[in-house]
Every structure is written in C-alpha cells, then in structure tokens.
Write a protein of this length. Sequence first.
Length: 259
Amino acid sequence: MSALALITGASSGIGRAYATRLAAAGHDLVIVARREHRLRDLAASLSPQVDVQIVVADLATDDGIDDVAAVCAERPLTMLINNAGIGHYMPITELSVEQARELLYVKVVAPALLTRAAAIGMKSRGDGTVVNVAGMLAFSGPADASKPGRALYAGTLALAVASSQTLSVELEGDGLRFQVVCPGIVATEFHTVQGMDLSAFPRMSADDVVSASLRGLELGEVVCAPGLEDAGLLTTVFEAQLAAFAGQSPDLASRYRES
Ligand SMILES: NC(=O)c1ccc[n+]([C@@H]2O[C@H](COP(=O)([O-])OP(=O)(O)OC[C@H]3O[C@@H](n4cnc5c(N)ncnc54)[C@H](OP(=O)(O)O)[C@@H]3O)[C@@H](O)[C@H]2O)c1
C-alpha cells in the first residue's frame, strides 16, 4: 500500500512543511486549506511523481468539515495530520461568538470528526497514523496571569493531548498510532494573522517542528515536544496526573466535610 497523507492547514507554516517533507519521502498527498492559490503553489513545488489532491475547505463550517471527512473516509489514508489552526488570543469577554465558534470548530470539531472518519478506514486496513498539532500552551493551565487571553485556545490544545493519549491506547491493537505535537513559538503566519509581531522572540522553524514529529514517530512518542530538551519532565507530568486520577475515591474528601 502506498503512503497517502492528508494534511489540514497545508497552505502555510507547519502544514506546508509537513507536505514538503512527506512528499520528499514519497507520500502522496491530500492538502487542505481555504486559500486555493497557496495549495496550487505548493502542489506545483512538489515532485511530479507525487500525486496531490487539493481540497479547498473551510474547517470552521459544518460543510467544510463534512467535505474533508468524506475524503478521509473515501481515500486509503496512511496518515492524517490535523494541523489547521488559529489562535484568537484575547480575553474571553472580548472574544466574539463568531471567533469562539471558529476557534472551537477548527481546533476541536474538525480534528475530532476527521479523526473519526479516517480511523474507521485505518482500523479496517490495520494501519494508520494520526498526528494532532497542538502546542506547549496545553500545559499552561496552572501558569500565572502573565499569559492572558489564551484560555480557549490553550484548552483546545490540552484536549488534543488528552484525546491523543487516550486514542493511542484505545486503537493501539488495531494498528493505529497517535501523536500530539507540542511546539512553543514557531516562525509561521500564526501570530501575524492575529496582528501580532513575535519576530523579536526566539522562534523554532516549521521544518524543525516537522523533524521532531517524524523522528518522534520513529521513537514511538505519543507526546512530542520539539523544544523540550528534558523529555523526562513530561513523564513527571503524566505520572502526577495518573496519581491524582488513581487517588480519587467515592468518599467525600475530608476537607469538604463540615467541621
Ligand atoms: N506558530 C506557532 O507559534 C504555533 C505554536 C504552537 C502550535 N501551533 C499550531 O500549529 C498549527 C499550524 O499553525 P502554523 O503555525 O503553521 O500557522 P499558519 O502559518 O497561520 O498556518 C495555519 C494554517 O491553518 C489553516 N486554517 C486556518 N483556519 C482554517 C479554516 N477555517 N479552514 C481550513 N484551514 C484553516 C490556514 O490555511 P488557510 O488560511 O489557507 O485556510 C493555514 O494553512 C496550528 O494548529 C497551531 O495551533 C502553532
């Protein structure tokens, strides 16, 4: 079976870097985004030996998600990369209903429904890899108020971590692999489309993020943190989570009992 990867958000940044690297490694591609001219430019830059299907879709809409989910169901994907994303960094009281909905559709509803559609076929073929691009803000919940305005966005990343971990166990016996990629700040259009200039900050390249993801898959990592030198820190986080999960009981904790 030839390798076939569907990449959302392939018109820019990390998604474009995945497309370029996977094409060079011999994958055929399905590339998804709203900006068709960008997808056409990308397809033209790839080797003519690579089969590329362009799907123009808005993943902030039910129709867009349904169209891409149908492709996930019809094509024999060996890899799904849920990468499309937007940030809408602002306090939740300033976030419009439309922005909140767009963020949740692109970062939660679309990855969930595309994963569902792709996983059914992957399970029947006994092979498949799903990569969810999240970010280190997934672990920023307990941080102080120095990074305001990212509550909803960071929550979508935390969901990607928890669901990727759970799915990797749930579908391991069926030949499916899940990886969640957690970069820090990356030099892409992600912040500029929000009107932010982070060029003064040290930033990782999109290509390095993809290098970490592909090497992380070889290493069998479920949670890939490209800029985290001490991977043991993640192990510590997950062990503490498991201890809290296992430490619960049906009995009301004593601190909640009236004195
Ligand atoms: N850059 C960072 O610092 C950073 C850090 C951590 C995690 N991430 C994550 O990395 C992922 C990729 O972002 P990036 O940094 O590569 O940013 P980017 O350069 O802005 O790329 C975002 C991609 O998402 C697509 N997209 C956005 N809204 C969409 C929609 N409604 N429907 C379909 N496609 C849509 C865009 O395509 P169109 O506009 O053409 O539709 C574009 O291809 C995101 O999920 C983000 O959460 C980024």
